[in-house]
Design a protein around this ligand. Structure first.
Ligand code: IMP
Length: 176
């Protein structure tokens, strides 16, 4: 059973999310038709989103994984980004679409983009399920966005609360 905190409030139900992911998948399919596509999944938070999104994009693709760390068990960023798992697949000349769960301060994505540009992909874009615009420190272009969310700690659908609640099917926030 998922340990949902008492002060958790629903933002997007599983049905809302499924509908939005299907729309995003259809748009990505149109944009990438005929191009060699690599979905780069940023672990851990985006694993559920990526699993649904890749099945909503009816195109041939590679799926690669990286893990980045910018948070411990706290709800505020440390500002320090570290690659804890890198991909071995050479992305040179492929169209890389980064799959992220949430852009909060933008520090993680800014760091990742700078790193990936050096690997010479044919193109580099970002799909993020969520964006917390009020927290931006480094502005990041989100090419495909699921939902904007308020400045609260978000959990569910892959996003964790101190390692828990990733398996919650809905997205919600913890009231301050
Ligand atoms: P950023 O570098 O501040 O943009 O944050 C990047 C990462 O922090 C995200 O990919 C998440 O893994 C994590 N994160 C940021 N905000 C939240 C949140 O509200 N809930 C859960 N994880 C978050």
């Amino acid at each position: 059973m998922t340990a949902i905190p008492d002060n958790w409030h629903l933002l997007h139900s599983a049905a809302d999310i499924a509908q939005r992911v299907a729309q995003m998948g259809a748009q990505i399919r149109r944009d990438y038709a005929g191009k060699p596509l690599t979905l780069l999944v940023v672990l851990k938070g985006s694993f559920i989103f990526a699993a649904d999104l890749c099945r909503a994009i009816d195109l041939p693709m590679h799926i690669e994984f990286m893990a980045l760390r910018s948070y411990g068990d706290e709800t505020t960023t440390s500002g320090v980004v570290q690659i804890t798992l890198d991909m071995r697949f050479p992305v040179e000349n492929t169209h890389v679409l980064i799959v992220e769960d949430i852009v909060d301060t933008g520090l993680t994505l800014d760091y990742l983009r700078q790193n990936l540009v050096l690997r010479r992909p044919a193109s580099l874009r970002l799909v993020s399920l969520l964006h917390k615009p009020s927290r931006t420190v480094r502005p990041v272009t989100i090419d495909y966005l699921g939902f904007e969310v308020p400045d609260h700690f978000i959990i569910g659908y892959g996003l964790d609360n101190a390692g828990q609640c990733r398996n919650l099917p809905d997205i919600g926030y913890i009231a301050p």
